[in-house]
Design a protein around this ligand. Structure first.
Ligand SMILES: [Zn+2]
Length: 280
């Protein structure tokens, strides 16, 4: 064997070993978190918030009146046009009322689908995370800060109370405005936020949409209802009747609620139609 052929053979073996050691998913042509444009076609959210995808997603601009996007490098600024409109509408309210600038965290990937870390939902272009903390209009974050900054937590006292330093009337108004849009399905927040809203806005119908949940101490998570005429989009069951300012809220302040439930529920298989969305 010549030097040349043995070197070639070594290269071949090394390459083959590297290929075989890759996880199966990594070998397929495209992955949900690859950098790619949205799938062409009319906007369609397909499947569940926790197992689905989107065709015809739109990119949220980097900044606009009353908002800036965060961690743009992660490529999670895509959503259903209804979600883009929602964020721009909420930003407009912040801007008009001079409440500060919203920091918009993750929406979804260009074609939705599972996100490698952090979230189970955000798969159909209808979920968005928004920081409670508002950037001062006089000093918006720089592009670098928007990649690295961490949002402050709104809670204190073992997570049972809101921090008076962080939680102000502006955050109350943000929640009222965010929940006021007709197409909002739910908003997830840390339980002390829900408690403050129950006190501040007694009897408000929109309180029903605001759901206490684990985490969500630094951001609110807005979920829109399936857009009209989107037959493959699956809504989750509506929140229970009533404003939720009752014993179900009190439960969140018990010892039992302090730890999130263990064990993961079985993931629902992704709808067949999503394979075509990914392959486009
Ligand atoms: Zn979220």
């Amino acid at each position: 064997m010549t030097m040349k052929t043995s070197a070639l053979r070594l290269l071949l073996i090394l390459g083959l070993t590297a290929l075989l050691s890759m996880p199966v998913a990594a070998r397929s042509a495209k992955r949900w978190n690859d950098k790619m444009p949205p799938a062409a076609g009319a906007p369609r959210s397909i499947g569940l918030y926790t197992s689905g995808c989107i065709q015809g997603a739109q990119a949220l601009p980097s900044t606009g009146p009353g908002f800036q996007t965060i961690r743009r490098s992660r490529q999670r600024f895509f959503g259903h046009p209804a979600l883009i409109q929602y964020i721009q509408g909420l930003g407009q309210i912040m801007d008009t009322e001079d409440l500060g600038i919203l920091s918009i965290g993750d929406l979804g990937q260009a074609r939705g689908g599972p996100i490698p870390s952090a979230h189970r939902s955000h798969q159909t272009g209808l979920d968005v995370d928004i920081w409670f903390w508002l950037q001062p209009r006089s000093r918006p974050m720089t592009t670098t800060e928007r990649e690295t900054a961490q949002p402050p937590s709104m809670v204190t006292n073992g997570r049972l109370a809101l921090s008076p330093k962080q939680w102000t009337p502006r955050q109350m108004r943000l929640m009222e405005a965010a929940a006021g849009f007709e197409n909002v399905e739910r908003i997830f927040v840390t339980p002390p936020v829900k408690q403050a809203l129950c006190k501040g806005y007694p009897g408000a119908a929109w309180l029903r949409k605001v759901r206490p949940w684990w985490g969500h101490r630094a951001h609110l998570h807005v979920r829109l209802r399936c857009p009209h005429g989107d037959p493959a989009c699956v809504n989750q069951p509506p929140p229970p009747e009533g404003d939720g300012c009752d014993a179900t809220l009190a439960w969140w302040f018990t010892d039992e609620a302090r730890r999130p439930p263990r064990g993961k529920s079985k993931p629902t298989p992704m709808p067949e139609a999503c394979q075509a969305v990914l392959a486009k």
